[in-house]
Design a protein around this ligand. Structure first.
Ligand code: CTP
Ligand code: MG
Length: 391
């Protein structure tokens, strides 16, 4: 096992003015996950990582901590969230103030480069370890570059000697801390700050995936590429009201007092079962019967949460995660409005994605209008959890 010598600073304290969303850029969501969350995911599998420091605006400090905890909380990595400053450089300075003294290498990364891969982080960190010299990822430039003055083209610049700088940028931790103490002016990246103080900086190949999300069109491009990994599914379930009036009713995993329960091999929770079918069908994993059939005694009388938890695990194994789920009850009873919010909350928690919950009647028609039972219909959107921008 590699020694844990690495700290990563993720700066997420910008306003995102050029993006123009009504929330700071790092907290804008793409298919149910924030940009900050995407940017932290590649850090999950880095053996050498000892500490992650996120810089966020004061208004989003708690939100940043929740996100970092949910992505990295189980990994034994030290997580710090600091309040950012007026400039990117100030945000990094605030983060450097809490960097662990045991960290030998520090990487500074823009949350806005949300889809940089683990490989890129490793490539930069390895270069710093080997050379004990700063290193940044850089990409060749495809466009022909012109030098201009007013509306005039002056000349064409030889692009073979030009590179576009990306992040994560890597440094010997003690050198970056010292450089930040000395730096007088504001630089647009840390490589420039280090060079202003005479440090050498190397580069390794960057990647297209690490492109920065700056404008609304950058965001639209990312959304459309990620969306190519989405799939939908639907599910329907119907259960008859029990002849036993003392049987409790469970729908959406929670109890509904005052209404008789539903018959079934399990607890008759048509809402949870319809969602399970929607999720399984979206993933192409069969249906509730083929996965949790009546031949499996452990599901006898089981609460909907058991099926949902198992279903999410099946999806995860198959490389999918839910983006959102919508479910509707059809029937006269119970009155869904009485516990709509609580049900949505319980289901969202279990599924790890937003769930919306509604209800309708059949205008007195049919077995549902006759009050013989309850039906539920659900749809689910899921995404290939590996769906990222390819480099
Ligand atoms: N950043 C920061 N603190 C600041 C300014 C920027 O932590 N005071 C971070 C941003 O959150 C982003 C990265 O630095 O992850 C790169 O900055 P940029 O793309 O310019 O993001 P914003 O400053 O948020 O966007 P804009 O300039 O359009 O307002
Ligand atoms: Mg900015």
């Amino acid at each position: 096992m590699t020694a844990r010598d690495l700290a990563v600073i993720v700066v997420a304290a910008g306003r995102g003015e050029r993006l123009g969303a009504n929330t700071p850029k790092a907290f804008v969501e793409i298919l149910g996950r924030s940009i900050l969350e995407y940017s932290l995911i590649p850090l999950q599998n880095m053996d050498a990582l000892a500490q992650v420091i996120v810089a966020a605006r004061a208004s989003h400090r708690e939100a940043a901590l929740d996100i970092a905890d949910s992505v990295l909380g189980h990994s034994g990595i030290r997580i710090d969230v600091v309040v950012g400053g007026e400039t990117r450089q100030q945000s990094i300075a605030n983060a450097l103030a809490v960097v662990d003294s045991a960290a030998e290498v520090v990487l500074v990364h823009d949350a806005a480069r949300a889809f940089a891969t683990t490989k890129l982080f490793e490539r930069v960190a390895d270069s710093v370890r080997e050379t004990r010299t700063a290193c940044i990822p850089a990409l060749q430039i495809a466009d022909t570059i012109k030098r201009v003055e007013g509306q005039n083209i002056l000349d064409t610049v030889d692009r073979s000697s030009l590179r576009a700088a990306q992040t994560p940028q890597g440094f010997v931790a003690s050198e970056l801390v010292a450089a930040y103490r000395e730096a007088g002016e504001d630089f647009t990246d840390d490589a420039a700050l280090m060079q202003s103080l005479g440090h050498k900086v190397f580069f390794v190949d960057g990647e297209a995936a690490a492109e920065k999300i700056t404008t609304a069109s950058d965001l639209a491009r990312v959304v459309s590429r990620l969306s190519s990994g989405t799939r939908t599914g639907m599910g329907v379930d119907v259960h008859r009201f029990s002849a036993d009036p003392t049987k409790p009713l469970y729908l959406g995993t929670i109890e509904w007092p005052g209404v008789p329960g539903l018959d079934g091999h399990s607890d008759g929770d048509a809402v949870s079962h319809a969602i399970v079918d929607a999720l399984l069908s979206a993933a192409g994993l069969g249906d509730i019967g083929s996965n949790f059939g009546v031949d499996r005694p452990e599901f006898e009388g089981a609460n909907g949460s058991v099926f949902l938890t198992e279903t999410i695990a099946l999806l995860e194994d198959a490389g999918f995660r839910p983006v959102n789920v919508s479910v509707q009850v059809i029937g006269n009873r119970p009155k869904i409005s009485t516990q709509r919010v609580a049900t949505e909350r319980a289901l969202s928690e279990l599924i790890g994605a937003p769930v919306s919950f509604g209800a309708t009647t059949t205008d007195g028609l049919g077995f549902l209008g006759n009050d013989e039972g309850v039906a539920a219909v659900a749809s689910a959107l899921i995404i290939d959890s590996e769906a990222r921008l390819t480099s």
